[in-house]
Design a binder for this molecule. Sequence first.
Ligand code: ZN
Length: 154
Amino acid sequence: MKVGIGQDSHRFDFDNKEKKLVLGGVIFEEATPLSGNSDADVVLHAITNAISGVTCKNVLGKITDEMCANGIIDSEEYVKEALKYLDNKIEHLSISIECKVPKITPKIEGMRENISRILGIKPNQVGITATTGEGLTDFGRGEGISVFCILTVN
Ligand SMILES: [Zn+2]
């Protein structure tokens, strides 16, 4: 058994009226988008890092920067790139999201469905919790979103 930890955070891009907020591949309408060259899906980036934590093949950074430069801004493609190096069977993925806004809970089921589809596992193998952390961090005060996740493989 192996365990990979993944983390990522992005600031909100308050001036951007075109971009949509995407978390776990799910669009949050009417929400402030995150800054970043890609779609800035902080959840899928943390998952990409967790996979790299197992495979020891880092994808987020140099490889995704090149993909981004070639017009690939859908973060699902970054997860799939990281999965290419994973020989193990995924047992579970636990995700923890910290932010003040938007409200995450109404979208949790949709995110679990979509993430499990990308990873080729069942929705009950993807757990998602969300917290505002009582506003003790910049994320909890509404400056951006932070995500940690832990991937268990066999
Ligand atoms: Zn990121």
